[in-house]
Design a protein around this ligand. Structure first.
Ligand code: NAI
Ligand code: MG
Length: 326
């Protein structure tokens, strides 16, 4: 069966790292059908909407989506697209690579972040000129779903340490529920894990990232802790991510449109290519995903390197080198 992949480059360096990644995927010759979709700042200007309905539909009906980056319209584009693919888990690996300067070279973390509720559920009110409120939504069902995903991910990918991040000493009802749901799933599946208060965890992750593997988080904690971990491993040019749903998923680098370097052809394509490797794994092309990942690692170690990693190579030099390694 031919897999249909929606390809949404978006703005800025999305227009550079996505074509580079398609060249790499073409070299793997998997017979995918790539269908382009428009979204982002430029589309808003041309058509009056950042995410046209047909792009939303394209993501919803494809087998998977590759997304580059949006600029100012990011929230109007990526949040609906994550919903279009029904994603409940945001998976963000933060790994240090040999040959790349990292604050903590021993870092090998995967954040499994609840992607639908918490304080990002959008339940906000302005009650008066003085008073604003936000409701934090935590359900047993969504908490169980993310816990199951996290425990299974750890087992499937060989991570021994699983940590559930929370702040149940203060948010007793909501994070109390989150902990209870995670605990129930662990008991049913016979999984071992630790609980960690998210503020103290932020410190421990910086001092001893080697003590952690998979970190299961409520929405906001996952957003913040994964960006913190990005700082440990050498920057945004390296961090891929997956937004996973029951039968569809969207893959995107963690970075944005990088207007400071857009148009120069010097963006690091590694985060986007590694996102494509996550997509291959998701589509059950495990061998090809592993081959692609080791080609990227070999280029990260020996070069060529883009300026963010201290080199002077172009985006295309790097994608060509990845293709050579394949
Ligand atoms: P950014 O991720 O675009 O850039 C932050 C810094 O990292 C910049 O100095 C940039 O040059 C560098 N950088 C990022 N990716 C790189 C790569 N692949 N290679 C080399 N250097 C790279 O974040 P920033 O500057 O905060 O936001 C820029 C725009 O992107 C904003 O309009 C923001 O709304 C949007 N954004 C979109 C996201 C998305 O589409 N998912 C996520 C984050 C930001
Ligand atoms: Mg963020």
């Amino acid at each position: 069966m031919t897999e249909q992949i929606a390809v949404i480059p978006g703005d800025g360096i999305g227009q550079e790292v996505v074509p580079a990644t398609l060249d790499v995927l073409d070299a793997l010759d998997l017979g995918f059908e790539f269908v382009d979709g428009d979204a982002g700042d430029a589309v808003l200007e041309e058509r009056g909407e950042a995410l046209p309905d047909e792009t939303y539909e394209l993501a919803a009906e494809s087998d998977a989506t590759l997304f580059g980056a949006a600029g100012e319209t990011a929230a109007d584009v990526i949040l609906p697209l994550r919903e279009a693919v029904g994603s409940f888990a945001n998976v963000r690996p933060a790994r240090a690579y040999p040959g790349v300067d990292a604050v903590k070279p021993e870092t090998d973390l995967v954040f499994v972040r609840e992607n639908t509720e918490g304080v990002y559920a959008g339940i906000e009110s302005q009650l008066s000129d003085d008073v604003t409120t936000l409701t934090r939504l935590i359900t047993d069902s969504a908490s169980r779903r993310i816990a199951e995903y996290g425990f299974e991910y750890a087992e499937a990918n060989g991570y021994e340490d699983v940590t559930v991040a929370h702040k149940a000493n203060v948010m007793r009802t909501t994070d109390g529920q989150f902990l209870e749901s995670c605990s129930a799933v662990a008991e049913e599946g016979n999984y071992e894990y630790d609980e960690a208060l998210m503020d103290a965890l932020a410190m421990h992750l910086i001092m001893h990232p080697e003590d952690y593997g998979v970190v299961i988080c409520p929405n906001l904690a996952g957003d913040m802790l994964s960006d913190l971990a990005a700082g440990l491993v050498g920057g945004l040019g390296l961090l891929p991510s997956a937004n996973v749903g029951p039968d569809n998923a969207l893959f995107e680098p963690v970075h944005g449109s990088a207007p400071d370097i857009a148009g120069q052809g010097i963006a690091n394509p590694s985060a986007m290519v590694l996102s494509a490797a996550m997509m291959l794994e998701h589509l059950d092309y495990a061998d090809e995903a592993a081959t692609l990942r080791s080609a990227v690692e070999s280029v990260l170690e020996d070069g060529p390197k883009t300026p963010d990693l201290g080199g002077d190579a172009s985006t295309e030099d790097v994608s060509d080198a990845i293709i050579d390694r394949l």
